[in-house]
Ligand binder design. Structure first.
Ligand code: PHE
Length: 341
């Protein structure tokens, strides 16, 4: 009788183990059948005290065998669950370690740097020296030596970031003209590309930080014809096509006469857009003949020497060339923008 019910119990347990779908179901079977407290087999062995010694020995053996069979079945089933779980994990977290690595990503030059280097090459081929100057300037080189004394209204033309001690962030590359006149022998031809700063509110066509390329040539008998020749050579090289230009009188204390060279907007081609402020023209290049006061201030005799100077807006030039309609993108540091160039 007793061994029959043990065998029935074992058969039932083995069947449930075989059909269990989860580790939790297996655990439930284990507790119900093998559990030390209240497990079905434990209950049976409790009653064994009433049996005769012979019977007890025989039933004990049956009980042990049933217990072992169930334990073995539980372990085997548990192992298959773990194998399935591991296989699923390996499947979802699969890595192919034989795929070749992409390698370091190559960067490239910023469009402003690129145009700057192109123009440096061009001007070097025309006999110009490339000069560098400090971004933190003194008042003398940024203003006074350029015929803009402290009480001159032209100081207000350029909103200045003043620093302590009377220094400032240069508002233009023109101070490098002065440094060039101080350093180079005559006749001289020089350009000076660099970053300049203006304390103004930022919008699609104004930035507080932008790039200019200054140019200056001093020699005997320099005229507006020389200026125009170099400006035309410059613009043809930059745009690789004919651009429409116009010359307007422009006022800068360090040139006389002074001009504004405009080009027809390359973004809209004339009808007007935000970059050209709806005018169809873009102010590209202020220029002029060097004011005799400026020459004299740097120790050059204006009766013997004359010159021209220009200040090219490199940032604006890049915008024209690549049809960029918002100046803020150039220094914004957004790689998605820069990677297009
Ligand atoms: N330095 C002037 C500016 O930034 C531009 C300029 C340069 C004008 C050279 C004339 C000659 O506004």
């Amino acid at each position: 009788m007793l061994d029959e019910s043990i065998q029935e119990l074992a058969a039932g347990a083995l069947q449930r183990i075989a059909m269990a779908g989860t580790a939790e179901e297996l655990e439930a079977v284990r507790v119900e059948v093998l559990g030390r407290k209240g497990g079905a087999l434990a209950e049976i062995s409790k009653g064994m005290g009433k049996l005769s010694p012979d019977e007890r020995k025989r039933i004990g053996a049956v009980l042990n065998q049933a217990k072992q069979e169930i334990e073995t079945a539980l372990d085997a089933r548990k192992a298959t669950f773990e194998a399935v779980a591991l296989a699923a994990k390996l499947d979802s977290e699969w890595l192919d370690l034989t795929v070749p690595a992409p390698g370091p990503r190559r960067g490239h030059l910023h469009p402003i740097t690129r145009i700057q280097r192109e123009l440096e090459d061009l001007f070097v081929s025309l006999g110009f020296a490339v000069l560098d100057g400090p971004e933190v300037e003194d008042e003398y080189h940024n203003f006074d030596a350029l015929n803009i004394p402290a009480d001159h209204p032209a100081r207000d033309m350029q909103d200045t970031f003043w620093l302590s001690g009377g220094n400032l962030l240069r508002t233009h590359t023109s101070p490098v003209q002065v440094r060039g006149m101080e350093r180079l022998k005559l006749p001289l031809r020089m350009i000076a590309p660099g970053r300049v700063f203006r304390n103004e509110s930022v919008d699609a066509s104004h930035e507080h930080t932008f790039y200019q390329l200054e140019g200056m040539m001093i020699d005997r008998n320099v005229s507006v014809a020389h200026l125009l020749y170099f400006m035309k050579t410059l613009l043809t090289a930059v745009f690789q096509r004919d651009v429409t230009v116009r010359l307007r009188p422009g006022y800068f204390p360090f040139v006389e006469p002074g001009f504004e060279l405009d080009i027809q907007c390359l973004i809209c081609g004339g009808p007007g857009c935000p970059v050209c402020k709806q005018s169809g023209w873009v102010e590209l290049l202020p220029c002029g003949l060097v004011n005799p006061h400026v020459l004299r201030q740097s120790g050059i005799d204006p009766d013997e020497f004359g010159g021209f100077a220009f200040g090219l807006g490199l940032t604006r030039l890049v915008m024209m060339r690549y049809s960029i309609d918002d100046i803020r993108q150039l220094q914004g540091g957004d790689l998605r923008f820069l990677e297009q160039f």
